[in-house]
Design a protein around this ligand. Structure first.
Ligand code: NAD
Length: 366
């Protein structure tokens, strides 16, 4: 993938950071410099799939390979990692270089924020979700026991090193999942970008240079939200569009539906609730569904496995909700999302029942 995009800066209360692009993951890591104070935290799958490109770039005695799993990003799993990093000689003036997707990012960001009360870190994101979305925004989220993402910090890296070429090895499910967040960001940006993306999407999923362009366009959208509201007190909440209902579909299907696909289904649910409240015409929902269905269709039948009571329990348990009053992001049209409180029994349950019925009675579904 030729590197054509210039670097840009993200403003942060904790220190601005740069986003730069490299032709290969090896080139990105070599750009960190041979500083003996760097320690590397690397997704073990990425290390093995990209071994040839990484040869010579990662010093074995200062590289810690980690499996990208929800267990690995739990508070319980972090103590041994801290000990290993200390044994490897990480120092207060050292740098932690993190290579991987959102899981490694969460682990690395959290560790960097607590080691010696905060050390410098740099991020080489390797999944589409991490490159197009999570790599900027400063957040880390860690699991504790059965509670997912309930502990975390705001702690930006010093640099983000994008490498579009690394996405070539990403499994198809992960690519589709990442596209869910790419779609969400363009829906938040407005009608023009969304329609342009949808026209490009089929080709983007197989053409690295086009995908790299949409990664960049996604980050441009996210940057405006996080620079205005880095600590998620106001407008940044809108980035949760599709997430309240999406999380419920994910957990009620026991994660059989990939995250980004669940976000697409969650955005459609939010649009349908918006239509039932008269915020958007019903045709807006119908058009969106027709455009998005090709992307979630391979997973649509899995909604059949979602138990109704589990969906509603998950919505109630969402960290933003108390009892029957559900905080969620609704829409008044492309680029016009807003935070609302809706009544679970009266406004959400009937719409989700209809939504699931429509999505799971499609006669062509296998
Ligand atoms: P991931 O990091 O869990 O990786 C998914 C799978 O792809 C893993 O098996 C991994 O080993 C593999 N992989 C990674 N890069 C690869 C590559 N280039 N080629 C082949 N395989 C590769 O996936 P993700 O979707 O990036 O991250 C999900 C996690 O991110 C969740 O835990 C979520 O909570 C978190 N997250 C964090 C933020 C944030 O702002 N901190 C935002 C969104 C999501």
């Amino acid at each position: 993938v030729p590197v054509t995009s210039p670097a840009f800066t993200v403003r942060s209360g904790a220190g601005d950071y740069s986003v730069e692009e490299f032709g290969s993951i090896g080139a990105a890591i070599r750009s960190v410099g041979a500083g003996s104070r760097s320690v590397y935290l690397v997704d073990e799958t990425v290390a093995s799939l990209h071994a040839a490109d990484l040869a010579g770039a990662l010093p074995a005695e200062r590289t810690l390979l980690v499996e990208a799993s929800e267990t690995a990003k739990s508070l319980e799993a972090l103590s041994p990692l801290v000990c290993r990093l200390l044994e490897m000689g990480i120092r207060r003036d050292g740098t932690l270089i993190v290579v991987g997707g959102g899981t490694l990012q969460d682990i690395g960001c959290f560790l960097a924020s607590i080691l010696f009360r905060g050390i410098a870190w740099e991020l080489v994101p390797t999944t589409l979700l991490a490159q197009a979305d999570s790599c900027i925004g400063s957040k880390s989220s860690i699991n504790v026991g059965a509670y997912k993402n309930q502990v975390g910090t705001f702690y930006p890296p010093r640099r983000v090193l994008l490498t579009p070429a690394v996405l070539a090895t990403l499994p198809w499910d992960e690519t589709r999942s990442g596209l869910g967040e790419v779609i969400k960001l363009q829906l938040l940006a407005g009608e023009g970008g969304f329609r342009e993306l949808m026209a490009d999407l089929e080709r983007s999923s197989i053409e690295p240079s086009l995908l790299a362009r949409w990664v960049r366009r996604s980050l441009e959208v996210k940057k405006t939200f996080i620079e205005t509201d880095e600590y998620d007190q106001g407008i940044r909440n809108l980035l949760n569009y599709g997430h309240t209902f999406g999380h419920a579909y994910e957990s009620a299907t026991h994660y059989a539906i990939p995250h980004g696909i669940a976000v697409i289904l969650g955005m459609l649910t939010a649009t349908r609730i918006s239509a039932s409240k008269g915020f958007v015409p019903r045709d807006h929902y119908r058009e969106l569904r027709a455009m998005l269905q090709p992307w979630y269709r391979p997973y649509q039948a899995r909604l059949r496995g979602a138990r109704r009571d589990e969906i509603f329990r998950a919505i109630r348990m969402d960290k933003k909700n108390s009892s029957n009053a559900i905080n969620c992001i609704l829409t008044r049209g492309f680029g016009r999302m807003e935070k609302c409180t809706v009544d679970l029994e009266a406004e959400v349950v009937p719409v989700i029942d209809d939504f699931i019925a429509d999505e799971t009675t499609d006669p062509d579904l296998s």
